[in-house]
Write a protein that binds this ligand. Structure first.
Ligand code: NI
Length: 146
């Protein structure tokens, strides 16, 4: 923070089971209290939202675990071909006899990446879908040799 801002207090209503799960996280991650953990969660939530509404320069990975079924695999492929985000690469891992893992690398406008992620995570048979979005850093003169 660039300047000292005032601390504000607010109350929230929350279901007990969600609070219980949150408190487990607060303890196990060593937070001083709920307030500190909520501040962290809010920063993360806001940063993610800012990235997703950015006009350009966003990139992401989307990891998807799903049941290996021909219909679902066709829908996954259709979603990628129909997307307005750039699908840079896909990696497919045959995890078990019944499940596959697919990791997509994406770039483009944040909202288009989010649209594709939402479409894929909503497909029947998708068991986990996790989007990690970030801003593509500006390139520098730093020598990057392999
Ligand atoms: Ni597979």
């Amino acid at each position: 923070m660039t300047k000292e801002s005032q601390l504000k207090r607010f109350g929230i209503s929350i279901h007990e089971d969600l609070l219980d799960r949150f408190d487990i996280l607060v303890r196990s991650r060593g937070y001083v209290g709920r307030s500190e953990a909520i501040r962290d969660a809010m920063r993360l939530f806001i940063t993610q939202w800012e990235l997703e509404t950015k006009q350009e320069g966003s990139a992401a990975t989307l990891s998807v675990v799903y049941r290996h079924k021909a219909k679902l695999m066709a829908e996954l492929t259709n979603a990628q071909h129909g997307s307005n985000a750039n699908v840079i690469s896909t990696m497919h891992v045959h995890l078990t006899h019944s499940h596959c893992l697919e990791v997509l690398t994406l770039s483009g406008k944040g909202e288009r990446i989010r649209e594709l992620a939402d479409r894929i995570s909503g497909l029947t048979g998708v068991e986990f879908a996790k989007l990690f979005m970030f801003s593509i850093p500006e390139s520098s003169d730093h020598d990057h040799s392999h």
